[in-house]
Write a protein that binds this ligand. Structure first.
Ligand SMILES: [Zn+2]
Length: 332
C-alpha cells in the first residue's frame, strides 16, 4: 500500500485553495515537466508569510495576482515576510518580484544564501560545469547543450536574511521550527508547526515523484547520505499534514519516509546492476539507468543523480572511482 494523496489542495494548476486554517496553496505553473510549484500563503496577526514564491515567468505572475486576490491578500501591502526553502529557480525565482511588490524581506537558511549568490551570479559562466560534465563522460556537444539550460536569469532579492537550523519563527497564528534537511540542496530546510501538526516540506518529501538528489559542482559531497539521514531525522515528527513543493498534499509522513528510503535502496541496486564487469563513466551508467529519451534539461539531472548514487556506492565499498582525464567507476 502506498501513501495516499490528501483530498485537500486538489484545485487545477493556476488556482488557489484553502488547505488549513489561515493557510492557502497557490498552484503556480512552471515551464518544466514538473507541471506546478506550490506556494503557500500563511495569514498572521501582523501580515502574511509567503513560502516559496515560484518560478518567474508571466503565467506564474498571473496566477499570483489571482491567487492573492482569492486568499484576500494584497501583494503590495500585506506581505510581512517571504521564505524560500531552497535556491532552485522554481522556488526562489519570484522572490525578487515579491520583494519589490511588498517590500518584505526574504529569508533562507544561511548557507543557502551564500550558495544562491554563487549559483545565480550573472557573471558566472558555464565553463566549469561543462568541464565537470565532460570529465564524467558526456561528449562536448551534449555537455554544452545541457549546461546551456542552466541560464535562467534568476534575479536574487536585494535583502536576503539568514535563518538558522533550530530557529523558531512566527508563522500565522502560531510558530514553526526551522529544520535543516540537506540532500536536494545543501541548505534546504522544512518548517514544522508542531502545535498545528503541519509540515511545510519544500522539495524534501514529494508524493508520486521523488526529489532529485544530485551531486553538482557547487554542492558539498555525499548529498545522498545527507538526504537519507535527514529523512530519517524527521521520522516520528508530530505531523498530520504535509505541504510539499510539488505534487499532492499528503498526511502520512512516516509512510512517505519509508517509501523514499526504499526508492533509493532500489535505485542503488539498479545502478550497481548496470555494471557488466568493465569500468563505466558516470554518464554511461546514467544512460543505462535512464534509458528514455531525455531533454537537454533532463540529462544534467540524470547525470547528477547518478553521480550521487555512485558516490554513495563507493562510500559503501561496492564500487570504486578511477580518476583520470575521464572519471569512471567499476565494481569491486
Ligand atoms: Zn528543488
Amino acid at each position: 500500500m502506498s501513501v495516499a494523496p490528501s483530498s485537500l489542495g486538489t484545485q487545477p494548476i493556476g488556482e488557489t485553495s484553502r488547505v488549513s486554517e489561515g493557510v492557502y496553496q497557490v498552484k503556480l505553473p512552471v515551464p518544466f515537466p514538473l507541471k506546478f510549484v506550490a506556494s503557500y500563503l500563511v495569514e498572521g496577526r501582523e501580515g502574511w508569510t509567503v513560502i516559496d514564491p515560484g518560478f518567474d515567468y508571466p503565467p506564474a505572475r498571473e496566477a499570483w495576482e489571482a491567487g492573492a486576490a482569492e486568499a484576500g491578500l494584497d501583494l503590495d501591502g500585506d506581505v510581512e515576510r517571504i521564505i524560500v526553502t531552497h535556491l532552485h529557480p522554481d522556488h526562489i525565482g519570484l522572490a525578487r518580484w515579491c520583494e519589490e511588490r511588498s517590500g518584505a524581506p526574504v529569508w533562507m537558511l544561511e548557507g543557502e544564501i551564500e550558495n544562491a549568490r554563487h549559483l545565480w551570479d550573472p557573471e558566472r559562466g558555464t565553463e566549469d560545469f561543462v568541464r565537470y560534465l565532460m570529465r564524467n563522460g558526456m561528449d562536448a556537444q551534449t555537455a554544452g547543450a545541457t549546461a546551456g539550460t542552466t541560464r535562467l536569469g534568476v534575479r536574487l532579492p536585494e535583502r536576503l536574511l539568514p535563518l538558522r537550523a533550530g530557529d523558531t519563527i512566527e508563522l500565522g497564528s502560531g510558530e514553526a521550527r526551522v529544520v535543516h534537511t540537506p540532500g536536494h540542496s545543501d541548505f534546504h530546510f522544512v518548517l514544522h508547526d508542531e502545535q498545528r501538526r503541519l509540515l511545510f516540506a519544500g522539495d524534501h518529501l514529494l508524493l508520486e515523484i521523488t526529489p532529485n538528489i544530485g551531486l553538482w559542482t557547487y554542492t558539498a559531497p555525499h548529498p545522498l547520505r545527507r538526504y537519507l539521514d535527514s529523512l530519517e531525522g524527521l521520522r516520528g515528527l508530530e505531523v498530520d499534514l504535509v505541504f510539499p513543493g510539488h505534487g499532492p498534499l499528503f498526511h502520512d509522513l512516516d509512510g512517505r519516509i519509508d517509501e523514499l528510503l526504499a526508492h533509493h535502496e532500489e535505485r542503488l541496486s539498479v545502478m550497481l546492476a548496470a555494471f557488466d564487469g568493465r569500468p563505466l563513466t558516470p554518464f554511461e551508467v546514467a544512460r543505462r539507468v535512464f534509458p528514455d529519451d531525455l531533454t537537454d534539461h533532463q540529462l544534467r539531472f540524470a547525470l547528477a543523480e547518478t553521480l550521487a548514487h555512485l558516490e554513495y556506492l563507493a562510500d559503501e565499498g561496492s564500487v570504486e572511482r578511477l580518476e583520470g582525464d575521464l572519471a569512471s567507476y567499476r565494481t569491486v
